[in-house]
Design a protein around this ligand. Structure first.
Ligand SMILES: Cc1ncc(COP(=O)(O)O)c(C=O)c1O
Length: 468
């Protein structure tokens, strides 16, 4: 009976096992397919993201037009793919060592990326090194007794020390507010100086040619507190205003003063370039609000640290509030790094006019700038198609001698009937920023003088050979 009954049971058991095996195999197969489909989709969407990221990076580096050109050329041919490689190489952080000028290599001098100082900092070796352990810099707070409660005392100390040594700005009786670059401080100042109870947003003006970021940074959030009102020279209303005075000026390098000078106005002094390597230090600045940044002073743009010297306590409080609402403070790690960098610069000031004078950061940078400006003027002379601003020497309180300004940007004008200088230079694969962005004519372009040596070499070489 068992045997009779056992046979079908055995068969059904075998069948059951086979069924189970087939089910398991199918489930495995289906999950594999799903996994592979997802993976494929994931990686292709990843590729898309990469491509998009690369795209927006290229746009940031080269501007939309050049990036479009790059996109078009990439889809056109293999040779064009090489061109894209050229474009990538020429982007700020990826410049090659190539000195040869086949004219294909894009020379990008659109941004004021201060990479020319890398060499100095490489030579400094470990002196400028900062080590931060995992347990350090953890709290939100740095100095709770201070108006700017996220200001690292070490950074504040080095800011005061450097200004004292250089003699470019008063820090006594001023509050220090630290920001994520002076770009954040500029917005904090607008917030602090405008009134939340006002009917209309306050007008923000700056004399043309003005720093090209002012209009967009002022208006990108369409604030109800402030609005961009253009060139300060043509500001005629009797409404309240905030005037931005950039001195030395970006883009043209001239020292500046407020131009509106009317009741109901306040002035913010952007002194990003008021350092001895760009211009003679002729006076001790003592304005109500002064903005500085390590980006242009020492070249550490990537550290994203700026500072404001603010006379009025309430304004300093409001600026601090803005940063609290915006980013709950400023990276401590960056502040500590900036403190170290400023300390090294101040220490290097001891070498001024000694036998080791060239170890002085400002002396080193100022010689480099002077040499670059000489070479640029030579190239412009050879080409005959451009003109540059002329600067008179003035006595510099820091170097104790007469010096000529050597601005961070060359504000160049195309001569010979060329109306669109940016496009003209783009034709030679030289990327600059059109005067249009600075409230000026398209005959002008701004050219960064702060790029790496190889890029600058290629630029002057190419420029000197341009003729009509
Ligand atoms: C006049 C001026 N102010 C501010 C900035 C921005 O500095 P940061 O890098 O500290 O945001 C720049 C940068 O080019 C500048 O030219």
């Amino acid at each position: 009976m068992d045997e009779v009954l056992g046979k079908p049971t055995m068969i059904s058991r075998v069948l059951l096992r086979l069924l189970f095996l087939s089910f398991t195999l199918n489930v495995g197969l289906v999950s594999r397919l799903i996994y592979e489909y997802d993976h494929e989709r994931g990686s292709s969407s990843l590729h898309t993201t990469d491509a998009e990221e690369k795209q927006s990076y290229t746009e940031f580096c080269l501007g939309e037009e050049a990036s479009k050109k790059t996109r078009e050329s990439t889809t056109m041919s293999t040779a064009a793919a090489d061109h894209e490689a050229y474009v990538s190489e020429s982007s700020p952080s990826l410049s090659t060592e190539a000195e040869e000028d086949g004219k294909e290599k894009v020379v990008n001098l659109d941004h004021g990326d201060p990479t020319m100082y890398e060499q100095f900092w490489q030579n400094m070796g470990d002196k400028s090194m900062v080590v931060i352990s995992g347990w350090q810099s953890m709290s939100y707070f740095s100095d709770i007794g201070n108006i700017c409660w996220f200001l690292e005392p070490e950074f504040a100390k080095e800011v005061r020390r450097l200004h004292q040594l250089v003699g470019n700005a008063v820090t006594r009786d001023h509050h220090i507010v630290v920001g994520t670059g002076s770009t954040q401080l500029f917005q904090a100042a607008l917030y602090a100086l405008s009134s939340s109870g006002a009917f209309e947003p306050v007008n923000v003006v700056s004399a043309a040619p003005y720093y090209s970021s002012y209009p967009s940074v002022t208006d990108y959030l369409k604030s109800g507190l402030y609005k961009w009102a253009g060139d300060a020279y043509s500001f005629k209303g009797d409404e309240p205003y905030i005037e931005l005075v950039t001195s030395p000026n970006n883009p043209d390098g001239f020292m500046r003063q407020a131009v509106v000078n009317r009741n109901g106005g306040v002035v913010v002094h952007d002194l990003a370039y008021y350092w001895p390597h760009y211009t003679p230090i002729t006076y001790l600045a003592n304005h109500d609000i002064m903005l500085f940044t390590v980006s242009k002073c020492t070249g550490h743009a990537g550290t994203r640290i700026g500072w404001a010297l603010v006379k009025d306590k309430e304004i300093a409080k409001k600026m601090t509030k803005f940063i609290e609402l915006n980013t709950i403070g400023v990276s401590k790690d960056s502040q500590l790094r900036a403190a170290k960098i400023l300390q090294v610069v101040s220490d290097s000031c001891e070498h001024l006019n000694s036998r080791e004078d060239s170890k002085n950061f400002f002396r080193h940078a100022s010689r480099l700038m002077a040499e670059r400006w000489d070479r640029l003027r030579d190239a412009v002379r050879q080409s005959g198609l451009f003109s540059l601003p002329e600067f008179m020497p003035e006595s510099c309180n820091y170097f104790g001698e007469a010096n000529t300004p050597h601005p961070a940007f060359a504000w160049s004008k195309c001569e010979g009937g060329i109306e669109d200088c940016e496009s003209f230079l783009r034709g030679y694969n030289i990327i600059t920023r059109s005067g249009k962005h600075f409230g000026a004519e398209a005959k002008y372009v701004r050219i960064s003088m702060l790029d790496r040596e190889q890029t600058f070499n290629l630029f002057v070489k190419r420029l000197s050979n341009i003729s009509l």
